[in-house]
Write a protein that binds this ligand. Structure first.
Ligand code: SF4
Length: 356
């Protein structure tokens, strides 16, 4: 590492850490011990590594930093959903959400501080973009929410699922997201099955192909919100540069490589994308690959000019797709009284709630 700027120790892999220690004339088992402190025991400083000789701790301090995401506060919804604010070493604020359902807990985690894509309906998009999160900062959210779930589940089962659906577009921070998945699923990290992890994206065609090539075993969800270019481009301006035709080809490639069904997420906005004609376009788009469709209630964000559709229209939309033999779920909004629902995370928690 000599001559290189000091990097966060969790930005290198356990193997790279071992090589570093060997090159510094230390025994390789020290690498395992240090990794255990970093990922399993989740220490916040090198000095906490009490079974590591002081000389090695000093060596690590000279060569690396150790920045852990710090809990900034929590806010609990009437429905049991908990929004958790984290502050990062540079003052950035991100949020994760713990969502209870039938005795199980799902964690929704963030991949970026802010988001550069500026979707019309989204509170995060309104904030602008600050930076990508490191893989360790993403991992920290999952690990912290898992600890909360362990405390709340009777059988200490911890999280049942993790969704990358918080602040930011995961595929724009692909390498760090991939590495965080690797650590969450690794025996050195949380040891969770990749089958219980979903990466949800607006759909970056080039990276969808990469995701397929890399063979990441987690699930993929596409936030489509309209299968009509003109409408989708208004809701998500990113679509202007990468229209649905390009997205469709990338998704076909994804399916041909992985043979895995993916999820289509569709938020219904009143009088914007909630007609049966819209449902028809969605059905036509989805003919190209096996999918499951999640229809989502919109959690209104002030100033967007967008509103939630009626229950009648939501049911009619779902019924139309079901008649086409499509698998459809209606997803009720969770945590909306604390702005923890999908599209509502805005990094406000640090200033809004009682500090822990
Ligand atoms: Fe970014 Fe997702 Fe919000 Fe769009 S919906 S602005 S991609 S966080």
């Amino acid at each position: 590492m000599n001559g290189k700027p000091v990097s966060d120790i969790r930005d290198i892999s356990p193997e790279e850490l071992k090589s570093f220690l060997l090159a510094s004339n230390e025994k390789s088992f020290r690498g395992n011990q240090v990794s255990e402190w970093l990922w399993k025991k989740q220490c916040a400083s090198f000095d906490e590594m009490t079974d590591i000789p002081k000389t090695i701790r000093e060596l690590l301090k000279i060569n690396f930093t150790l920045h852990r995401a710090v809990l900034a506060g929590t806010q609990e919804s009437r429905d049991g959903t908990v929004k958790v604010g984290f502050s990062l070493y540079d003052g950035s604020a991100v949020e994760g959400v713990l969502i209870p359902s039938g005795g199980r807990y799902t964690a929704c985690i963030s991949s970026q501080a802010g988001c550069p894509l500026g979707c019309l309906f989204c509170a995060t998009g309104k904030q602008g973009f600050k930076r990508n999160l490191s893989s360790a900062e993403i991992f920290d959210q999952a690990a912290y929410l898992n600890t909360m779930a362990l405390e709340r589940t009777k059988n200490k089962a911890g999280l049942s699922n993790i969704v990358y659906m918080g602040m930011g577009e995961p595929l724009l921070n692909y390498e760090n997201v991939k590495r965080s998945v690797e650590m969450i699923t690794s025996a050195d990290g949380m040891g969770m099955s990749p089958q219980r992890i979903t990466i949800s994206s607006l759909g970056i065609p080039k990276i969808i192909r990469l995701l397929a090539d890399d063979g990441l075993k987690c699930h993929f969800a596409l936030s489509i919100h309209s299968a009509i270019n003109e409408k989708r481009s208004k809701l998500a301006p990113f679509n202007i540069r990468h229209p649905l035709e390009e997205l469709k080809e990338a998704l076909k490639y994804y399916y041909s490589k992985t043979k895995r069904r993916f999820t289509i997420e569709y938020i219904l906005f009143r009088d914007v994308n909630d007609s049966l004609a819209d449902a028809g376009e969605l059905a036509a788009f989805c003919k190209n690959f096996p999918v499951k469709v999640n229809l989502l209630e919109y959690n209104e964000v002030r100033g967007t000019g967008l509103f939630r559709t009626s229950s009648e229209k939501l049911l009619a939309f779902a019924g139309f797709l079901e008649k086409k033999n499509m698998v459809v779920n209606i997803r009720k909004s969770r945590g909306k009284d604390i702005d923890a629902a999908c599209g509502q995370l805005a990094g406000k928690i640090n200033s809004e709630i009682v500090k822990c």
